[in-house]
Ligand binder design. Structure first.
Ligand SMILES: N[C@H](CCC[C@H](N)C(=O)O)C(=O)O
Length: 284
């Protein structure tokens, strides 16, 4: 089975071109290829499929094999892959996802896509619409008890659910402890992606993320969008200019166009290497 390893500011996935390959059990493949010792090593698996309604389809699986509904760093890499491999010969591309069709614009350098802007759609703020059953209808500053301590979070969905928690210092967080406690909290029966955010100034925030199904990753594109929206709603950053979201793996520029109610994310996508892997023991 041919694959391509790609990363978007350090959020790395194994990509399989399903215009050419067939994957019977994506969840099992995701669990195996993601293992950094026995497999390839990644935050999960992304299948690039043909689509009847868009130029292609992105089908994303977390490290634990659970299927994700949307992936911001992943969709930038999918756009780069289909352009660089000549599957799509244009710089404005539509990509079907489990959270609807997304529209992407590529900047090309030396014949390859280098910087990608994604229209991520509208943030979902109503608690009733977010697959996050909080014990309150409140989506801003909602209280929650985690490991015996009270926290307050803002709930934002970008097609996948996020809880955004503001802290004084992200570097000192014991994410390996607090992350799973949020991810598996009784308030979140579908589990949750949790972003811990430190405000640096009116245009810049710094974040770490514990992802549902993947654990701490170096970056989360949908999470960065959710953080920008939450930071504007909470009055932490200017609503009129792009927010620079600083993640462990790099920076993303996020702009929430309030008149359109659309969130735009701009960032890089990088091809690391191509490879072949024998998955016959999985029945692939
Ligand atoms: N890393 C992805 C998000 C994956 C979300 C996934 N963990 C879930 O919702 O289950 C991103 O760049 O947006």
């Amino acid at each position: 089975m041919k694959f391509t390893k790609m990363q978007g500011i350090g959020n790395d996935y194994v990509y399989i071109n399903c215009f050419e390959e067939t994957v019977k059990d994506p969840s099992a493949v995701a669990r195996f290829v993601s293992d950094r010792h026995f497999g390839i090593g990644s935050d999960g698996l992304i299948l690039i499929r043909p689509s009847q309604v868009a130029d292609c389809e992105m089908d994303m699986y977390n490290l634990d094999g659970s299927q994700g509904a949307m992936c911001g760093n992943g969709i930038r890499c999918v756009a780069k892959y289909v352009f660089d491999h000549g599957i799509v010969n244009k710089t404005s591309i539509s990509i079907a996802t489990k959270s609807g069709i997304k529209y992407v614009d590529l900047t090309v350098k030396d014949g390859k896509a280098s910087l990608i802007r994604v229209n991520m759609g509208s943030p979902i703020l109503q608690a009733t619409q977010i697959p996050v059953v909080a014990d309150t209808e409140q989506v801003i500053d909602a209280p929650i008890q985690v490991d015996g301590q009270e926290y307050h979070y803002t709930a934002v969905s970008m097609g996948n659910p996020h809880a955004i928690v503001y802290v004084e210092d992200t570097d000192s967080l014991d994410l390996a402890k607090i992350g799973p406690s949020f991810e598996n909290h009784v308030n979140f029966p579908d589990r949750i992606n949790t972003e811990f955010v430190q405000v640096l100034d009116k245009h810049t925030v710094k974040m770490r993320v514990w992802e549902r199904g993947s654990g701490e990753t170096l970056a989360c594109g949908t999470g960065a969008c959710a953080v920008a929206v939450a930071s504007i709603l909470n009055g932490h950053v200017s609503p009129d200019t792009p927010v620079t979201v600083k993640l462990l793996g790099g920076d993303l520029q996020i702009f929430w166009n309030r008149s359109e109610n659309l969130v735009y994310m701009t960032g890089p996508a990088v091809t690391v290497f191509d490879g072949q892997i024998d998955l016959s023991f999985l029945g692939e």
